[in-house]
Design a protein around this ligand. Structure first.
Ligand code: RAM
Length: 350
């Protein structure tokens, strides 16, 4: 239901807002920019609502959508939204951005990590300087942030992708994984769980290789071609990244493998629509990235204003999404993954 609520909002998308998020421009709404003189340093300023989103990399529609949700939330609670990030999703590419935000004294950094450890000391320096740190989408180690906003239960995300490919290939045969970057916390967690779940539920399905497209369109496209070359008996590909699945679908759609090698994973409806329409892809999954960004921004607000500290049992209200409770290890859960297919994809616009 929350999904439906934000879906309606997504359909009424403000193109100007999206373009601003894309180019990394700050919201000009109420509140100051990250350079306020008190800057939240020392942790005593409960009014520094400068919230900066740092995606894995810029130019990914998934993060454009999560930033759109974040921006809407920040506007609703009267803060200042900004987005900065690297061009490439490499392990420590976000460090210099984090350091700058620490110097500016923002209220909170909301970040999706390319590596569980590589940005930890930068984040902890930010925290020592009074900045609240929310990870969302892809976590760091738990001791480098205040809260992790997880899109869905990791076991559930793994299960839906294996169940989909198993159904599509008839539960039997070789499957490969086209992932994002090699150190991405979220993909690596899901891949481990997918392997375990497949081994226990589908003994005749074998995962033969995992390759990394680095959440880069061209690299993912090339890795798809290479996979098909090196595994002539391949029956299916799982790509647990919106960049990877779109690139793999584009490759398959004009190749001899279309309709023979099945593809599923995690994709955005807007990027996958044409491939569902032309029969390259039957079904894939995701959550609503806009809701994810919205919830992560409200978690930042709750931390900045001292409503929560991030400990288990802490409760806060995330605007229109309603009430959330912090779980074990400072994790807040958005909801369930959702499966898109030709019957429902027309209902979504993100
Ligand atoms: C890509 C990114 C992101 C992931 C989605 C599914 O956009 O890797 O971290 O959650 O795919």
């Amino acid at each position: 239901m929350t999904f439906a609520r934000k879906r309606v909002a997504a359909l009424a998308a403000d193109a100007v807002t999206a373009a601003l998020a894309l180019t990394g421009c700050a919201d000009t709404g109420s509140g100051s920019t990250g350079g306020s003189t008190d800057g939240g340093k020392g942790g005593g300023d409960a009014t520094n609502l400068a919230v900066t989103f740092v995606p894995k990399n810029l130019g990914n529609p998934y993060f454009d959508t999560s930033s759109k949700g974040g921006k809407a939330a920040v506007k609703a609670f009267g803060g200042t939204f900004n987005e900065v990030g690297p061009a490439e999703a490499t392990p420590d590419a976000q460090v210099s951005y984090i350091n700058t935000l620490t110097q500016q004294g923002v209220g909170a950094i909301v970040i999706s990590a390319n590596d569980p450890k590589a940005i930890c000391s930068a984040l902890n320096e930010a925290r020592d300087g009074g900045v609240k740190v929310v990870t969302f989408d892809s976590d760091t180690n738990a001791d480098c942030r205040d809260i992790f906003v997880n899109q869905a239960d990791s076991e559930g995300i793994a299960k839906v992708q294996i169940d989909q490919i198993a159904e599509q290939i008839g539960k039997k045969g070789e499957v490969a994984i086209l992932s994002a970057s090699a150190n991405a916390t979220n993909q690596n967690t899901w891949i481990d769980l997918m392997k375990k779940y497949a081994a226990s539920e589908y003994p005749d399905l074998s995962i033969v290789e995992t390759v990394y497209g680095d959440d880069d369109d061209q690299t993912s496209f090339d890795k798809t071609a290479a996979l098909l070359q090196s595994h002539p008996n391949l029956k299916g590909i799982i790509s647990p990244t919106t960049v990877g699945i779109a690139a793999a679908a584009r490759y398959l759609s004009t190749s001899e493998y279309k309709g023979k090698v099945f593809l599923t994973g995690l994709g955005t409806p807007n990027q996958m629509r044409e491939y569902v329409k032309d029969g390259t892809v039957t079904a894939f999954a995701l959550w609503n990235p806009e809701d994810l960004g919205y919830l992560a921004a409200y978690a930042a607000d709750a931390l900045i204003t001292g409503k929560i500290t991030g400990k288990e049992g802490d409760k806060f209200t995330a605007g229109d999404l309603g009430d959330y409770t912090v779980g074990a290890d400072g994790v807040v859960l958005l909801g369930e993954p959702f499966v898109f297919n030709k019957d429902n994809i027309g209902d979504f616009d993100f």
